[in-house]
Design a protein around this ligand. Structure first.
Ligand SMILES: Nc1nc2c(c(=O)[nH]1)N[C@H]1C(S)=C(S)[C@@H](COP(=O)(O)O)O[C@H]1N2
Ligand SMILES: [Mo]
Length: 213
């Protein structure tokens, strides 16, 4: 990566940090119902047929791959990181959307800062306790509404919704957010996740209905 790109990435990072602040923030999505979606008041559950039971004692979040500081965060270490809250809309590819989901947890940017990936790490691969995986370009993860969430509406994320911790990527279809998350791996090249190898699109943009590849 060129020096210019490296500096631009650093600068973008600094701006994000500034925008993020150190206290709770509320950022609602500006747009609302994407094309082809129906609004639901409920909260459907989608999984692979397994809802792994992970206690706080056995839980860990591993930051690995192309990083200067590989680590596995315990529940306590995770909670010692700055905690943020974000309200966002949730869009499932199966055509339901849910407005105003209030998630609390740690911003992806904080985990990025901790792990210190080098500039050539431009992709991210998420793994989960149920065997699920999903992938994203790093740039999509650095949006300030991307969280590893441990609370929903002020209560712990329930097991059916991916507790103890799940990833939220509000701007994309929800399969890009790993429930029961166990690992975040930084990579120089893209690696397709569970649904991405099974015909879901890699882009997952609800606004262009980028549903299936
Ligand atoms: N670990 C894991 N994460 C997952 C899934 C899964 O099966 N396992 N399903 C994905 C899909 S397709 C969607 S739509 C959302 C559903 O989240 P919900 O069950 O809280 O509605 O989780 C995503 N993350
Ligand atoms: Mo989904």
């Amino acid at each position: 990566m060129s020096k210019e790109r490296y500096i631009a990435a650093k600068q973008r990072w600094a701006e994000k940090q500034k925008a993020r602040g150190v206290t709770a923030r509320l950022v609602a999505s500006r747009d609302r119902l994407p094309p082809g979606q129906k609004l639901t008041d409920g909260f459907p559950v989608l999984d692979l047929g397994v809802q792994p039971e992970i206690t706080h004692d056995t839980w860990g979040l591993t930051l690995a791959g192309l990083v200067a500081k590989p680590t596995t965060l315990s529940w306590a270490a995770f909670h010692a990181l700055p905690q943020v809250e974000d309200v966002s809309d949730f869009h499932c590819v199966t055509t339901w959307s849910k407005y105003d989901c209030r998630w609390g947890g740690v911003a992806f940017t904080a985990l990025y800062e901790l792990a210190q990936p080098p500039p050539e790490a431009t992709f991210v691969y998420f793994t989960s306790y149920d065997g699920y995986s999903t992938n994203l370009p790093l740039a999509a993860c650095l949006d300030d509404d991307v969280l590893v969430a441990t609370s929903f509406d002020g209560a712990p994320v329930s097991r059916e919704h991916g507790g103890p911790a799940r990833v939220i990527v509000p701007k994309l279809y929800a399969w890009k957010g790993a429930k029961f998350v166990s690992g975040i791996t930084f990579l120089a090249e893209d690696k397709l996740g569970f649904w991405e190898v099974r015909g879901y699109s890699n882009g997952a943009d609800p606004w262009t209905e980028d549903r299936y590849a």
